[in-house]
Design a protein around this ligand. Structure first.
Ligand code: IYR
Length: 224
């Protein structure tokens, strides 16, 4: 198969001077560095269209063979949120009181997490990111997706940045195991829950842990 057998279009990105590139990269880094995972949400409502734009941005992520193997469940229904909270807390209680190692619990101490997940009730929106392990054809036949975890991970990163860009905050919550989500949301068998992300405004009095990020020399190995 050659490119010519499939439609191609011209790619003409905006051209920047090196000076502008440097300025942009610095500014973008400074802005990205302000993003924090927040656990204290305000119940203040956020318009649906903002959430849709955020999700459309996530869906611009690259994916294996451009299969876009993701579904974003966008939840605002209070009864459903309460149900998800109850089920998440059931699992988290078991995790915090035995399933997680002592080392893990200790590593989480600076973050101040526990089994209680009131943010699921309080945040106006919950996005459940589902990964699509495969696609189902019309006759129930399975069609492959590729690099599903990588693709959905990248899309989730885009999602978090789009949330930050909209002036909102989020928490990447990972209740484990997550199969209760598939049941509660009545998702089809080809989808698996990946992340549960409350989204909204931070509470007036929101606090975040005083964390530092790794430095250049800790994260980059140079091969000049
Ligand atoms: N899933 C649990 C525990 C937890 C695990 C990690 I790794 C974190 O960075 C934070 C929490 C919870 O959500 O509380």
């Amino acid at each position: 198969m050659t490119k010519k057998e499939h439609p191609y279009i011209e790619f003409s990105p905006e051209k920047l001077s090196e000076e502008q590139m440097l300025a942009n990269s610095k500014e973008f880094y400074a802005w990205a560095d302000k993003r924090r995972s927040v656990r204290d949400f305000s119940p203040k409502e956020v318009p649906l269209e903002i959430m849709e734009n955020i999700i459309l941005t996530a869906s611009t992520a690259p994916s294996g063979a451009h299969k876009q193997p993701w579904t974003f469940c966008l939840i605002s229904n209070a009864t459903l949120k309460a149900k998800l909270r109850e089920l998440a807390e059931e699992e988290e209680k078991k995790s915090y009181s035995g399933r997680m190692s002592d080392e893990w619990i200790e590593d989480l101490e600076p973050l101040g997490t526990n089994w209680e997940k009131e943010f699921i009730d309080i945040a106006p929106w919950i996005i459940v990111v589902m990964k699509r392990a495969y696609e189902l054809g019309e006759e129930g036949n399975k069609m492959n997706n590729y690099y599903v975890s990588e693709s959905v991970g990248i899309a989730s990163g885009f999602l978090l940045m789009a949330i930050h860009n909209a002036g909102l905050v989020a928490l990447t919550h990972t209740p484990s195991p997550m199969n209760f989500i598939s049941k509660a949301l009545e998702r089809p068998e080809n989808e698996r829950p990946y992340l549960l992300i409350p989204v909204g405004y931070p509470a007036e009095n929101a606090m975040v842990p005083d964390l530092t990020r790794k430095s250049k020399s800790e994260i980059i190995e140079y091969y000049p």
